[in-house]
Write a new protein. Structure first.
Length: 319
């Protein structure tokens, strides 16, 4: 087992670019130091280096390539906060099972591809800076359980997410399955910059109890908050125009839903009632509105008691 220094004049490798797959599958690296000369970590540079515990330095690193640290299953910490990282590519830290915290620097601007932190089951906190105004990628922190070989983790079989804190900066959209299975999340704020929440973005976030939807949101896609079983009420913003199938499906304790006056379309499920099966009270903001409901089958909710639509509103039913 040994440590390695990369990118300082006096160190083992004086390079600006950590080359493609240069340390691929090397199993006796523990601590990596990336010196001031390093500006790029290329594709798969440390792929499957299963003994790496920490990566430090990184002051001038601007890009982390696809699968750069994929399957570094014992990686616990990486010095991103004080780096110059602007872009992180697909699967860069996927299956880093023991990575505990990610704080992206103010320079960060773009996720390219998907699944940058997928299956980082020990990840407790993800902080994205306010300077970030881009899209959160599909499967960004997808924690939907999978199985692995007994020698890869202390506990074999299934594992649940550790993620308890997420700050989304000024993200413009949240990709499909971005935070699927993050079942330790209890609170969430959707920033005013976010216009779109993708399919199953927060699916199976079982313990999510409090969501703040800020003005600016336009669309919530299929199953975005499906199986968020502890939600009891939601207040959707005036800006929201579209609510897709199963967006709040199987939210067993959701009783009250407030919908802003900008709503134009509410979609129902193909095989079952979908928007919010268990809501007892669905209310709209006070001014008259016209919106479309896609209704292939079923009724609005299973347990509907009251649907309060402002006087003067009218609804177009499709299906």
């Amino acid at each position: 087992m040994y440590d390695i220094h990369v990118g300082d004049d006096c160190d083992q490798m004086n390079v600006a670019n950590v080359p493609r797959m240069i340390f691929d599958n090397i199993t006796n690296l523990i601590n990596i130091y990336l010196g001031d000369n390093v500006i790029n970590i290329d594709y798969g540079a440390f792929n499957n280096c299963q003994s790496i515990v920490s990566v430090t330095g990184m002051k001038n690193v601007g890009a982390i390539g696809q699968a750069a640290f994929l399957q570094c299953i014992n990686l616990e910490s990486i010095s991103l906060q004080d780096s110059n990282v602007q872009v992180i590519l697909q699967s860069a830290f996927m299956n880093c099972y023991k990575l505990k915290s990610v704080v992206l620097p103010n320079t960060f601007r773009q996720f390219v591809g998907n699944a940058q932190f997928q299956h980082c089951y020990s990840l407790q906190s993800l902080i994205i800076p306010d300077e970030f105004e881009g899209n959160l990628s599909n499967n960004l922190c997808d924690m939907q359980p999978n199985t692995w070989y007994e020698n890869e983790l202390e506990n074999d079989g299934y594992i649940v997410s550790s993620l308890t804190h997420v700050y989304l900066g000024n993200s413009s959209s949240i990709g499909d399955q971005s935070f699927e299975g993050c079942d330790k999340l209890t609170t969430l704020e959707i920033p005013s910059s976010c216009q779109h929440i993708g399919d199953n973005a927060f699916y199976r976030c079982w313990n999510l109890t409090d969501i703040t939807f800020n003005e600016g949101l336009l669309a919530i896609d299929h199953g975005a908050f499906d199986n968020c079983k502890r939600l009891s009420s939601i207040h959707l913003p005036e800006s929201l125009q579209s609510i897709s199938q199963e967006s709040f499906g199987d939210c067993d304790y959701l009783e009250e839903v407030y919908i802003g006056s900008g709503i134009q379309n509410i979609a129902f499920g193909v095989t079952e009632p979908s928007f919010c099966k268990h809501a007892a009270h669905v209310a709209f903001e006070s001014k008259p509105i016209h919106f479309t409901i896609n209704k292939p089958q079923g009724t609005f909710t299973d347990n509907m008691v009251e649907w309060a639509v402002p006087e003067g509103s009218y609804i177009t039913w499709i299906g």
